[in-house]
Design a binder for this molecule. Structure first.
Ligand code: ATP
Ligand SMILES: Cc1cn([C@H]2C[C@H](O)[C@@H](COP(=O)(O)O)O2)c(=O)[nH]c1=O
Length: 225
């Protein structure tokens, strides 16, 4: 029997802890017989990865930044996400369009009406249903205070154009995520990312079990039985 694809995005401010859990979820889905496509934004295709390098490192104005991000997203949808969903894969994507509304919209103060127009242009006409604007089936939001995220990231890596922003920027980004979640509560699952890794993993997997997408609670990756 063919299975429907699932498109799941992971969001949160830099350092919230998303990436620490995405591989574990991929393993959990694979253990239950699902094919998984792992990807990230900006990025996920050779072209989009080149655009990622520019967006994360080169100075540019806000419109250029938004256009490059949506160009990368369009390529990613065409080359990776839609084909994977058509095969019935579970697509686990580290960030998607909510990041654009949170970072470029709330963080940078870019016009969100214009972002909505770009979103419709970039995300429509790729799915088999011609009028469908592709969006995630579920968005897992790792909610963490910017001060805690900054402590976790301190000294961990050389900061890029976003990571080097002051804490006030991340307060606006965090509020941007909260607003997006409030506007689409049926799509969002909030994770309290201030908990320790084990509890974050438990809360995360319980979301998937409740939806019927994972059939059992999955042990924390690396945990000794
Ligand atoms: N629950 C946790 N408690 C304490 N530290 C954590 C927790 N989860 C992750 N970390 C640590 O915080 C740092 C950031 O985690 P991670 O890279 O997973 O975040 P992220 O949301 O993917 O960040 P980014 O989007 O900036 O890549 C890492 O050093 C990681 O080991
Ligand atoms: C998709 C997307 C991302 N960003 C920012 C957010 C992060 O600072 C970086 C990506 O780095 P990560 O370590 O892979 O999380 O890009 C953005 O500003 N707008 C977006 O749409």
């Amino acid at each position: 029997m063919s299975r429907s694809g699932l498109f799941i995005s992971f969001e949160g401010i830099d350092g919230a802890g998303k990436s620490s859990h995405i591989d574990g979820l991929a393993q959990a889905f694979r253990a239950q017989g699902r094919n998984v496509t792992l990807s990230r934004e900006p990025g996920g295709t050779p072209l989009a990865e080149k655009l990622r390098e520019l967006v994360l490192n080169d100075p540019m104005d806000a419109l250029t930044e938004a256009l490059l991000i949506f160009a990368a997203r369009r390529d990613h949808l065409c080359q990776v996400i839609e084909p994977a969903l058509a095969r019935g894969d579970v697509v686990l994507c580290d960030r998607f369009t909510d990041a654009t509304f949170a970072y470029q919209g709330a963080g940078r103060g870019f016009d969100t009406n214009l972002l909505s127009i770009l979103e419709r242009m970039a995300q429509t006409g790729v799915a088999p249903e011609p009028d469908l604007m592709r969006e995630p089936d579920l968005t897992v939001w790792f909610d963490l205070a910017p001060e805690v995220a900054a402590e976790r990231l301190a000294g961990a890596r050389v900061p890029d154009r976003f990571e080097s922003q002051p804490v006030e920027f991340f307060r606006r980004v965090a509020q941007g995520y909260a607003d997006r979640a409030a506007a689409a509560p049926q799509r969002f699952a909030r994770i309290d990312a201030a908990q320790d890794r084990h509890r974050v993993w438990q809360q995360l997997t319980s979301v998937f079990v409740r939806k019927g997408w994972l059939s059992i609670m999955v042990p924390t990756p690396g945990a000794v039985a």
